[in-house]
Design a binder for this molecule. Structure first.
Ligand SMILES: [Zn+2]
Length: 409
């Protein structure tokens, strides 16, 4: 009697109220989870194959075309490539919303001409980009395939995206295109799969990067003595930057990473330059340090010119060479709660962390977003000797699958 009553109550609970642990018992979800595990060897083969298609920064097109073909082969709908080069495919749910975007990045940090062949030794695969982010791409395809094989029908829609421009000077251009143009106003939740392990990134560290150039007429060190000096002006600026006080929480940082300029020991230089990187997970803290930075440059130039009474006046210009917006998805946000519930249901230790990933863009817009890692164990990301240890990597695939099903409602 009681049992029947409990069953009735269970059936009456709408689909969106199901916990990840409940969903694991759903026969279609169970079938998909089984398929994900069974297919893992094929997923690893695919991971190696995708990785052998070069995808240098700003040249992801060849790998993108292969992803487009695979999206079509796996029966996604409305498969297309947007203006930036993002490859998009839709797995419709019972309704169009909520729309969950599930993404992994196409690009690598390796320049054109890099030997991208993958070698394997037991569980360990080796090749540039094998974990970051060939793992994410292969895992995304594995999730699509498993959903298909399990005949899982989600209440909401999942839009899969293989995106461009995640790394370095790519400056998240794929995500900016996706959120500001291609799918503007149509994304309710966002997950990206990036790298290896089983972590969950819910804090998006933003950064502003500048190249600052100081210029003056320059002249002979002895003959023209008495002129303002661009390198000395830059020295003043660096001393001011070095004295910045920054909050520990949220962690906010600055770094003068490279300097250059001048022509000779006996010449007043006509030019000097420096590259500066500032980071924070808090958009306001980042804005604040950015303002201080611009003030420091201006003060340094003014002081240098005043010191030499305006002889051979120095000027400076700061060129923004990189912006990654900051943001975070709070720990008590349902998307983070769901992700930790999924991990718990699968006996995976909860690891919450911060990072700089594709999720920065939605986090900055206040759209619930997290980045999860793709299972297995990686080493040497961004190096030619990058490795991926595939031991138990199916757990990463299953975790991502259950998370996608839990969020697409
Ligand atoms: Zn990555």
């Amino acid at each position: 009697m009681h049992r029947n009553l409990a069953l009735l109550i269970c059936l009456a609970i709408p689909a969106f109220a199901q916990s990840p642990a409940d969903l694991m018992k759903d026969p279609t979800v169970r079938a998909a989870l089984d398929a994900a595990r069974r297919n893992e060897p094929a997923t690893l083969d695919l991971q190696a194959r995708i990785c052998e298609i070069p995808a240098p920064p700003f040249h992801e097109d060849q790998r993108g075309l292969e992803l487009k073909r695979l999206f079509e082969e796996l029966h996604l709908q409305d498969v297309r490539i947007d203006k930036a080069g993002n490859v998009i495919g839709v797995r419709p749910g019972k309704s169009a919303r909520p729309n969950l975007v599930f993404s992994a990045h196409l690009d690598t940090v390796f320049p054109e001409g890099t030997d991208v062949r993958v070698t394997r030794n037991g569980d360990v695969m080796k090749g540039p980009g094998i974990g970051d982010d060939c793992r994410g791409l292969a895992l995304m395809l594995a999730v699509i395939r498993a959903l298909d094989e399990g005949h899982v029908q989600t209440p909401g829609t999942i839009t899969f995206v293989a995106d461009v421009g995640e790394e370095g000077l790519g400056d998240l251009r794929g995500m900016k295109q996706l959120f500001f143009e291609t799918l503007k106003g149509q994304i309710d939740k966002f997950i990206s799969v990036d790298g290896t392990g089983l972590g969950i990134t819910h804090i998006g560290v933003g950064s502003n990067r500048y190249k600052v150039t100081f210029k003056g007429p320059g002249g002979h060190s002895y003959g023209a003595f008495g002129m303002a000096n661009p390198i000395q002006a830059m020295g003043r600026a660096i001393a001011k930057i070095d004295a910045f006080q920054v909050p520990k929480q949220p962690k906010t940082t600055f770094n003068v990473g490279r300097v250059g300029g001048g022509t000779s020991v006996n010449a007043i230089p006509f030019e000097a330059w420096m590259e500066v990187d500032m980071r924070s997970a808090d958009p306001n803290a980042l804005k604040e340090i950015d303002t201080k930075f611009h003030a420091a440059i201006k003060e340094a130039v003014d002081e240098e010119n005043a010191r030499w009474n305006g002889r051979g006046a120095v000027s400076a210009s700061a060129e923004l060479v990189g912006v990654r917006p900051a943001g975070q998805t709070a720990k008590d946000n349902p998307i983070v709660q769901t992700a930790t519930a999924v991990s718990r249901a699968m006996q995976i230790d909860e690891i919450l962390r911060e990072g700089s990933t594709d999720s920065n863009v939605p986090m900055n817009l206040g759209i619930p977003a997290i980045t999860i890692s793709g299972g297995g164990m990686g080493a040497g990301a961004h190096s030619l000797g990058e490795t991926f240890d595939a031991k138990d990597s199916w757990r990463g695939t299953q975790r991502a699958l259950l998370l996608a099903v839990s969020l697409a409602r």
